[in-house]
Design a protein around this ligand. Structure first.
Ligand SMILES: Nc1ncnc2c1ncn2[C@@H]1O[C@H](COP(=O)(O)OP(=O)(O)OP(=O)(O)O)[C@@H](O)[C@H]1O
Ligand SMILES: [Mg+2]
Length: 229
């Protein structure tokens, strides 16, 4: 069964749950409310899982769609999704040298969204002002996109594990995600024949360094191609 097929029964479950709550919320006891809440949360998580799985299946189909675009504009687009959080938590955003790159734009957007969302989610509570720095470093062979935060950081022995499917760490404050964002991000970078480096220290912060190989103007990657500018 494909992920598309899973969405429709789940939508029905959620629709009937909403209907039930609309009619009976005032007459059910606290215990039943708690159970209904569990069903509600579990079905939301399932919906997120399915959306993430759909993204994973789409990634492979888009690997030849490279285009030149402004990283600066894409970063702004992604940041606009998180305007409420950025204002609420007074997050300082620093952008540096985000010029044009050539990559699969729609995948780069998903990648940036995953990294920026994590930087926001895994900030340190009640500490100094949260800060997210997004910058581009252009070398002879690579576009290096850096997303740095001063958040919770990640223990050294967990820095590889977090890129695997459904990995969430227990020592931080989030249980809202699927544990799929970094798995998807790594897949996106690999589709570009690139790699991710992570430099992180607990309680100090993390730097995710995305290395996307530069490719010739009219050139698209196949898995065998390694032709850099
Ligand atoms: N910037 C970060 N700072 C600290 N911990 C992080 C950071 N980014 C990721 N992590 C840790 O790595 C885990 C995996 O990240 P990932 O993005 O894959 O999952 P998620 O954010 O929990 O869920 P999802 O992205 O699917 O909504 C997170 O649960 C978190 O524990
Ligand atoms: Mg995430």
């Amino acid at each position: 069964m494909v992920a598309h097929d899973l969405q429709s029964p789940l939508r029905q479950i959620r629709a009937y749950l909403d209907l039930y709550l609309y009619h009976y919320m005032s007459s059910i006891n606290d215990k039943t409310k708690e159970w209904v809440n569990f069903i509600d949360n579990a079905s939301k998580r399932m919906q997120n899982h399915i959306k993430a799985l759909l993204t994973i299946t789409k990634i492979d189909n888009m690997k030849h769609q490279h285009e030149v675009f402004s990283l600066d504009e894409l970063v702004d687009k992604v940041l606009s999704i998180y305007t409420d959080e950025i204002i609420k938590y007074d997050i300082s955003i620093v952008k540096n040298n985000c010029s044009e790159i050539k990559a699969v734009k729609v995948l780069t957007e998903i990648l940036l969204q995953n990294l920026i969302e994590n930087a926001i989610k895994f900030k340190k509570e009640g500490a100094s002002q949260p800060e997210i720095k997004i910058s581009l470093d252009v070398t002879d062979s690579f576009w290096k996109i850096l997303v740095a935060d001063n958040g919770l950081g990640i223990e050294e022995d967990l820095q590889v594990v977090i890129f695997e499917k459904f990995q969430k760490l227990t020592n931080n404050n989030s249980n809202s995600g699927n544990g799929l964002g970094l798995f998807i991000s790594k897949r996106i970078v690999e589709i570009h024949n690139g790699f991710i480096n992570l430099d992180s220290r607990p309680n100090e912060g993390s730097i995710f360094e995305i290395n996307l190989p530069k490719i010739k103007k009219d050139h698209c990657f196949s898995s065998k191609d390694k032709e850099y500018v």
